[in-house]
Design a protein. Structure first.
Length: 91
């Protein structure tokens, strides 16, 4: 919230002194929202959501990708932790 308020004040100040009208201010305040809408298509699903929807293979792939990104060993998951049978047993 704080960043949004600071951004709106800064955008308003710049647009006012640039001699532009309210339409430019509205467009500049809406731009971050459009950026969020576009970026939602590139954010992967969480492993919890995938697991709840029965996509166990994608869960394993996503966890491996996250571990590689964070330079963490996947030795902990070498077992039945995220296998289909283990998930079905715990439901």
């Amino acid at each position: 919230w704080s960043f949004g308020a600071i951004y709106a004040i800064g955008a308003g100040w710049l647009i006012y002194y640039a001699g532009l009208d309210w339409r430019w201010y509205l467009a500049s305040c809406a731009a971050p929202s459009w950026l969020c809408v576009i970026l939602t298509f590139f954010i992967p699903e969480s492993p919890r959501w995938l697991l709840n929807n029965g996509e166990n293979i994608k869960v394993k792939e996503e966890l491996i990708r996250m571990a590689n990104w964070n330079n963490v060993s996947m030795d902990v998951l070498r077992g039945r932790l995220i296998e289909h049978e283990a998930v079905e047993e715990n439901k």
